[in-house]
Design a protein around this ligand. Structure first.
Ligand code: NBP
Length: 489
């Protein structure tokens, strides 16, 4: 009896994924974990669940490899980084050409590109795959973003399709994203967008509460109502759930008992780091990462509250008049800002594809995010439609549906950003999204002045609007303009 698929690493994610695999007709699942106790626990608790061949529990890596039928296919679900490298090495020593090693952990895509190259030289297929949806997703159906070779996808595709989440139209949420690190890259951007989405929702909550004066109970209703409209999404849904939770000990809303210092695990930071390197303004994701960082600086927050706010000369904001339409305005600002955040995220995917030589189908990526993952939302159907109509959109904002959405929400968006500033309530996501939109929408930007400054101090040269060529002004001489070769500074 041999297994057609194996899982290495049986912590939360791996054990749930192994159970998901074993629950599909036709699968026999080999399982291995460095510490055998975890393997025993899986068999003890869930050994009777599998519908077909069941689990083959391996005590050693040699037993694990021997229990796999060819081409051997093993999914690694261990700690990203060193743990993953260690397991890859153990498998690579034992696997033969044509076998497939899948890394389902949250790897950095640069590592995935390196690992794929190294294993390809040995004739092995390496597939770095993003798996989103946490433990619940791993068990019931995640959104799966595999990279790797087309050859590996042929074997792996049917298995992954059988365990993936199912979108409302019946399509499994998995596609062969692209070669080598494409899957982990797209998973990284997914997580970045998730950061932006969460920050925007948090700003909406804060404004409704602190400026709009809504009680937490009212907010639960507002978010539930929003979840019935075009903001429908998992994140809006769980926001209402989180807000409806009362702390058993104090009787207060739980949200008031939780410390307001948000952490992050790194993928949001990777997204911003890579975007900066590629020159893509993912300001929505950046502001979300920074907002978490600001929240986690209690000493600085206390210092400013102590020093600046106490000044007699200080002008604390007068609460502005809140329009009747406030909650609707906030909803419109949230929607428009969300469109910007996704537009920026897809820009980053396009840039990554160009930089790393991937052929990516943007509509297919939006499709596999419609179920199983944290950013699942009706909204993604609109993105699917947008790229189906025009795969070469310069920006998502160009698509008629999104252009309408932004144009319709624009006035409310401006009101909300103005009210937030006047009220002293930070809304970095809303306001930076609006600034990004205004920058794209401006016929002239002050970048001309910046080019002048750069030419002044560094002879960086500039282009003119009325003539071809590269120009430099002799700033310290007679300020004559000369035509020149591009500067190499
Ligand atoms: P952890 O990330 O907590 O890792 C624990 C597992 O790694 C255990 O099986 C452990 O074996 C194994 N391991 C380590 Br640590 N070092 C090892 C080594 N040198 N050799 C062999 N095995 C080693 O597990 P997790 O929370 O289930 O996450 C698994 C992967 O999935 C991670 O990459 C994580 O980032 C990703 N993840 C994704 C999501 C998501 O929503 N997509 C959620 C959570 C995690 P042991 O039992 O012997 O210590």
């Amino acid at each position: 009896n041999q297994a057609n698929i194996g899982v290495v690493g049986l912590a939360v994610m791996g054990s749930n994924l192994a159970r998901n695999l074993a629950s599909r007709e036709g699968n026999t699942v080999a399982v291995y974990n460095r510490t055998y106790a975890r393997t025993e626990e899986l068999i003890k608790e869930h050994g009777t669940e599998p519908v077909s061949g069941g689990f083959l529990a391996a005590e050693t890596i040699d037993d694990f490899v021997a229990s796999l039928s060819r081409p051997r296919t093993a999914v690694i679900m261990v700690q990203a980084g060193g743990g993953t490298d260690a397991v890859i090495e153990q498998l690579a020593e034992r696997f033969e050409p044509g076998d497939i090693i899948v890394d389902g952990g949250n790897a950095n895509f640069h590592d995935t590109i390196r690992r794929e190259r190294e294993l390809r030289e040995k004739g092995l297929n390496f597939v770095g795959t993003g798996i989103s949806g946490g433990e619940e997703g791993a068990l019931r159906g995640p959104s799966i973003m595999p990279g790797g070779s087309a050859e590996a996808w042929e074997t792996l595709g049917p298995i992954l399709r059988s365990i993936a989440a199912i979108a409302p139209d019946g399509e499994p949420c998995v596609t062969h994203v692209g070669t080598d690190g494409a899957g982990h890259f797209v998973k990284m951007v997914h997580n970045g967008i998730e950061y932006a989405d969460m920050q925007l929702i948090a700003e909406a909550y804060d404004l409704l509460r602190r400026v709009g004066g809504h009680s937490v109970d009212e907010l639960v209703e507002i978010f539930r109502a929003w979840n019935d409209g075009d903001l429908q999404s998992y994140l809006i849904e769980i926001t209402a759930e989180v807000l409806s939770q009362t702390d058993a000990e104090t009787g207060k809303p739980l949200v008031d008992v939780i410390r307001d210092e948000a952490g992050s695990k790194g993928t949001g930071v990777w997204t911003v780091q890579n975007a900066v390197g590629l020159g893509i303004p993912v300001s929505g994701i950046g502001e979300a990462v920074f907002a978490r960082a600001v929240s986690s600086k209690p000493a600085q927050r206390a210092a400013v509250q102590r020093s600046v706010l106490g000044r007699a000369s200080g002008a604390r904001p007068e609460p502005p008049t809140v329009p009747e339409t406030f909650a609707d305005d906030v909803r419109a600002a949230l929607y428009a800002s969300k469109v910007v955040a996704y537009a920026q995220g897809f820009d980053l995917i396009v840039a990554g594809a160009t930089e790393y030589g991937w052929e990516l189908d943007l509509g297919a990526i939006a499709k596999i995010w419609r179920a199983g993952c944290i950013i699942r939302a009706q909204f993604l159907n609109r993105i699917v439609d947008a790229y189906a109509t025009n795969p070469d959109l310069a920006t998502l904002l160009e698509d008629p549906y999104f252009a309408d959405a932004v144009a319709e929400g624009e006035a409310a968006w401006r009101r909300i950003v103005g009210i937030a500033a006047a009220s002293g309530v930070p809304a970095p996501g809303f306001s930076s999204a609006l600034a990004y939109f205004d920058a794209l929408a401006s016929e002239r930007l002050p970048a001309s002045l910046i080019q002048g400054q750069r030419d002044f101090f560094g002879a960086h040269t500039y282009h003119r609007i009325d003539k071809d060529g590269v120009f430099h002004t002799l700033w310290s001489d007679d300020r004559r303009e000369i035509k020149t070769e591009p500067s190499t500074h």
